[in-house]
Design a protein around this ligand. Sequence first.
Ligand SMILES: [Zn+2]
Ligand SMILES: [Zn+2]
Length: 237
Amino acid sequence: MCDSSSSTVSSSSPRSTKTINSDLSPMSSKEESMHDTGKNPNSDAAAPGAKQNQVGTVMLFGVPIVSLVMDGKERLCLAQISSTLLKDFSYNEIHNRRVALGINCVQCTPVQLEILRRAGAMPVTSRRCGMITRREAERLCKSFLGDHAPPQLPENFAFDVYHECGWGCRGSFVPSRYNSSRAKCIRCSFCQLFFSPNKFIFHSHRLPESRYVQPDAANFNSWRRHMKLCGDPPEEV
Ligand SMILES: [Zn+2]
Ligand SMILES: [Zn+2]
């Protein structure tokens, strides 16, 4: 039973389990991403355990873009990218550049379209939406923005936000901490604890001047509608 000689042989000849990684081979790159741990920021693989149609947020050149898990990959809404980062370019320019870069657009289903609308990624009038991976989105935007891409913000940069749900609260939004939709990137001005945007809009302190507003619990992912920037003029995040 205990065959020491054969175990010596097998341990001295480790088998290579490396897979070939090539952009020309979509099968192997998909295989690779399926086994990815999700820790690589350049990977398109969704976080482990991410469910089909799971909504998230990805920072693309400093702009939060809605993401959706489609067949194990995190994809971004091209319409939203076009109307934000690439708003200075025409539909045809963006379309032609995408084709030239060999970026394939995956159309979302009607159900996914509705999810994207509710997440605020696109206007309700849109009938269809193409989805591209994060790496493709970075390539596309970089080809347009090039060196004009907004510079990285300093690590300690923060801006003040507030919400009026419950008793309301004020806090400091730290963009460098915002690397996922669940990132604890807002520090409460009263208790100094950090919260994710979705948690922060349900966090409040009762102060003498507070006015209670029933929180809209049904729309847990709608923090953008509830979070406001401090200062003048009032603006939504
Ligand atoms: Zn607090
Ligand atoms: Zn609210």
